[in-house]
Design a protein around this ligand. Structure first.
Ligand code: SF4
Length: 403
């Protein structure tokens, strides 16, 4: 429970999860399920009905608030038909106050079948495409278990730019080059991927280091990867090349041309609110308190298996599709806020803390003092910003905010 009231509620976004992929990638720990498991074609209409039911039961929790951004993620949402995406967005518009200017992102993979649909996705209301390229080299793509090759990747970017225009490319570094031959990505290969990505001049680029996540095929049978120092050198090289090309490095893995930052992700990192619908989707909603009630931030998580999610969302009790509902405790709120906001390279206004947690900044002053003393962050009365050292040792800095 929070001990104070919000002066104003944080900005609101909507996350929609589409959980199917053609094949499960061996490094992936997202809630994604192989399409074949769905049996036959994707159950689009049942899933849309479930999404709308999930949304409707949540309406009282954010009634009257404007949704500023929508992110349709997965899984591979571009496996859905353009008509299904149009129906989902129409359903959202009919039930909520969706800003007419909202950024609406769709995650897409570069398969031939999907890229043919990009223009229709735009007609359906999508304003931004995030394309999962990962690498422009066939050896890396094969080692990552991706279903597309480098020619399809290039063609998908061209089509995305020609149709939707506002495009992000997701790429990774510190890759295996072969799952069997004991080779890892070299610095030269990493640079080639960066150069190739830059040649498209997309408004946004995301570069992630491949990490071995628990419960993945790679965690059980790790492929040959660049070592820690090589990966750190690649991170520095990626940053330098993208900054030299005029991209703002505004978050740990996110780079944008000026003014083209992802508004949806900025809302996450600014500890904004987000309604979530879909199998396994996580939501965060602040309620203002008053009338004898205490202000609260509530996090929710939905049933992960698509079939079970649909069954519960379409039952007499659609709230049963939420398997976890947790009110953020006073002792956790400082860490949860910083976990997001300290990822922003330019930092954040001090006022956000009180506005978005309901607590004064003094709640975390001891940890802020310690981080400042260790030169991990700079701060004034108005602004808090991680230093280059703080960005490098982000996890260490975050530990000091743990209760
Ligand atoms: S395509 Fe993306 S979401 Fe699907 S399995 Fe691969 S990494 Fe995971």
């Amino acid at each position: 429970m929070l001990g104070s009231q919000f002066t104003a509620l944080p900005p609101l976004s909507l996350y929609i999860h589409i959980p199917w992929c053609i094949r499960k990638c061996p490094y992936c720990d997202f809630n994604s399920h192989e399409q074949s498991v769905a049996g036959g074609g994707l159950p689009e209409q049942d899933y849309i009905n479930a999404l709308m039911s999930d949304l409707e039961v949540q309406l009282p929790e954010f009634w009257g608030r404007t949704i500023h951004t929508v992110f349709i993620g997965g899984g591979t949402p571009s496996l859905f038909s353009p008509q299904a995406i149009a129906d989902i967005l129409a359903g959202v518009r009919a039930r909520t106050r969706l800003s007419p200017q909202s950024e609406i992102t769709l995650e897409a993979n570069p398969g031939t079948f999907e890229m043919q649909k990009f223009a229709e996705f735009k007609a359906a209301g999508v304003t931004r495409l995030s394309i999962g390229i990962q690498s422009f080299k066939d050896a890396h793509l094969a080692a990552l278990g991706r279903v597309h090759d480098s020619a399809e990747a290039r063609r998908a970017v061209d089509i995305g730019l020609a149709t939707v225009g506002n495009v992000n490319l997701d790429l990774m570094f510190a890759l295996p080059a072969s799952r069997t031959a004991g080779l890892a990505q070299t610095m030269d290969e990493c640079e080639q991927d960066v150069r190739e990505a830059l040649a498209f001049r997309t408004p946004h680029l995301s570069f992630y280091q491949l990490t071995l996540e628990p419960n993945t095929v790679f965690a059980k049978k790790p492929p040959p990867l660049p070592d820690h120092d090589q990966a750190a050198d690649m991170q520095e090289r990626v940053e330098a090349m993208l900054q030299d090309a005029g991209y703002l490095h505004y978050e740990t893995s996110a780079y944008a041309q000026p003014g083209r930052q992802c508004q949806h992700n900025l809302n996450y990192w600014g500890f904004g609110d987000y309604v979530a619908i879909g199998a396994g989707a996580h939501g965060k909603i602040s309620t203002p308190g008053g009338h004898g009630n205490t202000a609260a931030i509530t996090r929710t998580e939905r049933v992960k298996v698509p079939r079970d999610y649909m069954q519960k969302a379409l039952s007499n009790d659609p709230t049963s599709c939420v398997f976890e509902r947790r009110v953020v405790k006073r002792e956790d709120v400082g860490f949860e806020f910083m976990l997001n906001a300290l990822r922003l390279n330019d930092g954040f206004p001090v006022a956000w803390f009180a506005e978005r947690t309901g607590y004064p900044i003094s709640l975390v002053s001891r940890a802020l003092d310690a981080a400042e003393h260790e030169k991990l962050l700079d701060r004034t009365h108005e602004w808090i910003k991680p230093t280059a050292l703080g960005r490098r040792f982000l996890n260490r800095m975050l530990e000091s905010f743990l209760a």
